[in-house]
Design a protein around this ligand. Structure first.
Ligand SMILES: Nc1nc2c(ncn2[C@@H]2O[C@H](COP(=O)(O)OP(=O)(O)OP(=O)(O)O)[C@@H](O)[C@H]2O)c(=O)[nH]1
Ligand SMILES: [Mg+2]
Length: 507
């Protein structure tokens, strides 16, 4: 199986990987096999699960993110199975059976999942689909069966896979979650999200780092020409109601996003839209009233082509395309650019790259620590091993090496507006938590001399400390994180300096 080279493990994940190595060296078979999946997840790209109710638009969103219409968006056997899309050659489908056997079958000629697997779905644990899409080098996307499905087993598969069902947490291999909503929030979703949060390491007082929401099908809300005011209002409402479980909810037009991402709007589609645009405005509006109107009313484009346009763009996309042509857009590329903007998919990409991919190391390390912590309660392991795990994980959490996880959490709380620091300290905390080079972390130019960096670290450390004196408890806690980050950075600068002088002396 193709995964990233072990060398690409980030510094925080490396700390947790060392705990896994120590666990293996204890030489206890049960402990070793319990820790093996945690270890494996640390050496792979971040695993992000897309979950939500039946028909919410999950698979459409997965396709939009993968950049290929590979996940089925019609009811087939596969929509009832957890399916991970990951980077790998050659492209194929791995059927992971409950018996632990793995069968391999090809994708269809169109490069999609086959409708039938040739194995009863009850025997299948999950599917892993190897694809050569570049985006999967940094993220593995996991499509899940709809929560709240009439078929309880289908729904349970999702809960089990993301580790939200009771004791199965350790089996979970998901580091982060995108929750997809259509028009409402159902209890089953909030339950699963709450349990995911509990098993993935986020404390109740902290904002979620590893989960955000998408209000998909935003194009179906409000006016055809401009669904956004209603979509934003609803997304804002979801965001407030789920603020304990999600770092915000972004409205997007998922179907349009998929069409654009997979290059589904062609030159012949552009010609068809141009031909339809010649119709009077009132007739265009009448066409957009329903699928039957669009394909059935007299128009200078064949019914078959119109059917395809309706399926790929839906009324909102068509209205955007007409408007683009009215404004002089010509050809597939120009209309596609307008559709891309109109889908608001960039908000999703920003979250996926900003919140998830950029913080992959921290998210993976956090998820792995939480999994190890859960193992400490796993009664199938011997008591000494459980105690050892509990102590080792606790010590790691408090270690200077993993302080970055605490800093990151502090940033999330600050940027979510839950804690108010003076702007200069917010900026300083952000740089400390999110950057790598010591000078850069202190807001100084790259290549700044270590002495000047140390001076700045001391100043900043004092600034955080003095602010904490008169701050409210929450702010105090965040400021002390900033203070400790500065102190640890000072230690690092001292160490680097002494290594430098030793090297200087020996050369
Ligand atoms: N208009 C519109 N239709 C959408 C959008 N997203 C999905 N759909 C349609 O909604 C239907 C369901 O979409 P899927 O992506 O299969 O939904 P799902 O959540 O994966 O469904 P299950 O796997 O069966 O639970 C399909 O017909 C999609 O084309 C959207 O943003 N706008
Ligand atoms: Mg689906």
């Amino acid at each position: 199986m193709t995964g990233p080279a072990p060398g690409t493990v980030g510094p925080l994940s490396a700390v947790v990987l060392r705990i896994c190595d120590q666990a293996e060296r204890r030489g206890v078979a049960e402990l070793r096999s319990a820790v093996a999946p945690v270890r494996a997840a640390l050496t792979e790209p971040l695993r992000v699960a897309v979950l939500g109710s039946v028909n919410a638009g999950k698979s459409t969103l997965v396709n939009a993110l993968v950049g290929r219409s590979v996940a089925p968006t019609r009811a087939t056997e596969c929509t009832r199975l957890v399916t991970a899309y990951r980077y790998g050659h050659p492209e194929l489908v791995e059927i992971h059976l409950r018996s632990r056997e793995i069968r391999r079958i090809p994708l269809t000629r169109a490069g999609t999942l086959p409708d039938e697997l040739g194995v009863p779905t009850e025997d299948v644990d999950h599917l892993e689909v190897m694809l050569s899409q570049q985006v999967l080098r940094t993220l593995t996307l996991v499509d899940t069966p709809g929560l709240g499905s009439l078929n309880i087993e289908t729904s349970d598969r999702t809960a089990e896979f993301i580790g939200a069902s009771g004791g199965a947490a350790v089996a979970a291999t998901v580091d982060a979650v995108i929750a997809v909503f259509s028009a409402d929030i159902r209890t089953v979703e909030t339950d699963v999200l709450r349990r995911f949060r509990a098993t993935s390491g986020g404390g109740p007082a902290q904002s979620p780092v590893n989960a955000f929401g998408v209000l998909s099908k935003a194009d179906l809300l409000g006016r055809i020409q401009d669904p956004w005011p209603e979509a934003e209002e609803l997304a804002g409402d979801f965001s407030r109601r789920l603020s304990d479980q999600l770092a915000g909810v972004a409205p997007i037009a998922g179907l349009l996003a998929e069409t654009v991402a997979v290059g589904g709007f062609t030159e012949s589609d552009a010609d068809a839209v141009a031909a339809l645009s010649t119709l009077p405005a009132a007739e265009r509006r009448a066409l957009l009233r329903s699928g039957e109107h669009f394909t059935g009313r007299p128009a200078p484009v064949s019914g078959q082509v119109r059917d395809r346009l309706w399926c790929r763009l839906a009324p909102y996309g068509l209205s955007v395309a007409f408007e683009a042509v009215d404004r002089g857009a010509h050809g597939a590329a120009a209309i596609t650019a307008a559709l891309h903007r109109a889908s608001r998919v960039d908000a999703l990409h920003e979250r996926v790259t900003g919140q998830f991919a950029r913080r992959a190391d921290a998210l993976k390390a956090s998820a792995a620590l939480a999994r190890l912590e859960h193992l400490a309660f796993d009664r199938t392991l011997a008591r000494p091993d459980r105690l050892w795990l509990a102590d080792t994980v606790e010590a790691a959490r408090l270690s200077p090496e993993l302080h970055r996880l605490i800093e990151l959490q502090a940033v999330i709380e600050t940027t979510a507006g839950e804690v108010t620091l003076p702007d200069r300290l917010t900026e300083a905390l952000l740089a400390l938590a999110e950057r790598d080079d010591p000078a850069d972390r202190l807001g100084l130019a790259a290549g700044t001399a270590p002495e000047a960096s140390a001076r700045r670290a001391r100043e900043l450390s004092d600034d955080f400390r003095l602010f904490a004196f008169s701050a409210a408890p929450r702010e105090q806690r965040i400021a002390s994180v900033g203070h400790r980050a500065c102190q640890l950075l000072l230690d690092q600068l001292e160490r680097d300096r002494s290594v430098g002088s030793t090297l200087g002396a020996s050369s």
